[in-house]
Design a protein around this ligand. Structure first.
Ligand code: ATP
Length: 328
């Protein structure tokens, strides 16, 4: 019989994403609903090692559902990667009489949580919080939907200036390993081409495609480039290549950068975070451990952390085809 859970801790780790606050709120309120104690851990695993804890009740999380970032702060901890660091964290948790941990973060944070469980048999539950949507076992990570809306808003604005000056814009969006943000925002923002890590379009095809769209009467163009695009050239090298190989376009570059991580979470992310927080706490109470909470077929389901870490999040191939047809 697993030990009954009476006190749960929650932390946010790795890169922040919109919706993390809504997830903290949900974890805290689900604990209050079930009449168990809840503790917020500041600065991810760093705060876990140092015992930087704060008791939280339903009222401590008022007014945060609409806020970007994370009130608990996030951090990357080198020390937690060592056995000594994790031993210190275990001592802090034991001292505070905490018997379950919810980790909101990406696959690195989940790897740390899984190792921690294996070493100390401490119950852990993961909530995927990252804008890249690069985690297996959920159709959406927290913050992905908000980031899409932020990027589409930026593309719309860039298009205004692109069309006023007959310009070609390369717009770089986040996504080192997966092209979810590029593919979705490229379609939604009416991009002429979308360069993603999963597919090598090739430089010649890119130039051909831009030439074709110009012949068809387009005077300005937008190309969305994921950070890790498979062509392997950074956005400035792409600009140089097109400058050298195409005439008649004024080529510009826009790197959207960290603004993609900020802002108030969308309605979708707030609802998702609320659902995930409830599932994470209730699963711990039912004696489950080493799972990630995710959205699958619009149901909140558990995926073993090990699978979530090792599995690969795949782009939707139908979207690739739609994007090809739309750029005709
Ligand atoms: P993002 O997707 O935003 O990068 P992430 O959770 O993958 O988020 P990481 O920096 O990879 O971010 O991991 C966050 C923290 O998790 C690390 O700083 C470290 O403390 C812990 N961690 C990652 N990998 C391990 C590991 N192999 N062993 C122990 N702890 C780890």
């Amino acid at each position: 019989m697993p030990k009954a859970i009476k006190k749960v801790a929650v932390l946010t780790s790795g890169g922040d994403s919109p919706g993390m606050n809504a997830a903290i709120r949900s974890v805290v309120r689900t604990c209050a609903y079930h009449d168990i104690e809840c503790v917020g851990v500041y600065r991810g695993y760093e705060g876990l090692i140092e015992g930087d804890f704060k008791s939280m009740d339903a009222r401590s999380v008022k007014g945060i559902i609409n806020k970007g970032g994370t009130i608990l702060k996030s951090a990357r901890s080198k020390e937690f990667r060592t056995v000594e660091g994790r031993q210190k964290a275990f001592k802090q948790l034991t001292k505070a009489e905490i018997d379950g941990l919810v980790v909101v973060g990406g696959d690195g944070s989940f790897t740390g949580a899984l190792i921690f469980n294996q070493e100390f048999d401490f119950p852990v539950m993961g909530i995927p919080g990252t804008i890249d949507n690069d985690i297996y076992g959920t159709s959406h990570t927290l913050g992905f939907d908000t980031a899409l809306n932020t990027v589409v808003d930026a593309i719309d604005k860039i298009r205004d200036t692109a069309s006023s000056h007959n310009r070609l814009f390369f717009v770089e969006v986040m996504g080192r390993d997966v092209g979810h943000i590029a593919l979705n925002t490229g379609i939604a923002g009416g991009a002429e081409e979308i360069l993603i890590p999963e597919e090598d379009l090739g430089l010649d095809r890119l130039v051909d495609s831009l030439n074709r769209s110009r012949k068809s009467g387009k005077t300005s163009s937008i190309v969305i480039v994921a950070e890790g695009d498979k062509i392997g050239k950074n956005i400035f090298e792409l600009k140089d290549y097109v400058d050298e190989n195409m005439e008649g376009y004024d080529v510009r570059v826009s790197v959207l950068g960290h603004m993609q991580r900020g802002g108030a979470p969308s309605c979708f992310d707030r609802v998702l975070a609320s659902r995930m927080g409830v599932k994470a706490v209730e699963s711990l109470l039912e004696g489950e451990t080493n799972y990630m909470v995710g959205l699958l077929d619009n149901k909140v389901e558990l995926t073993p952390l090990e699978k979530a870490i090792k599995g690969k999040s795949k782009i939707n191939l139908e979207l690739l085809r739609v994007s090809d047809i739309m750029s005709t």
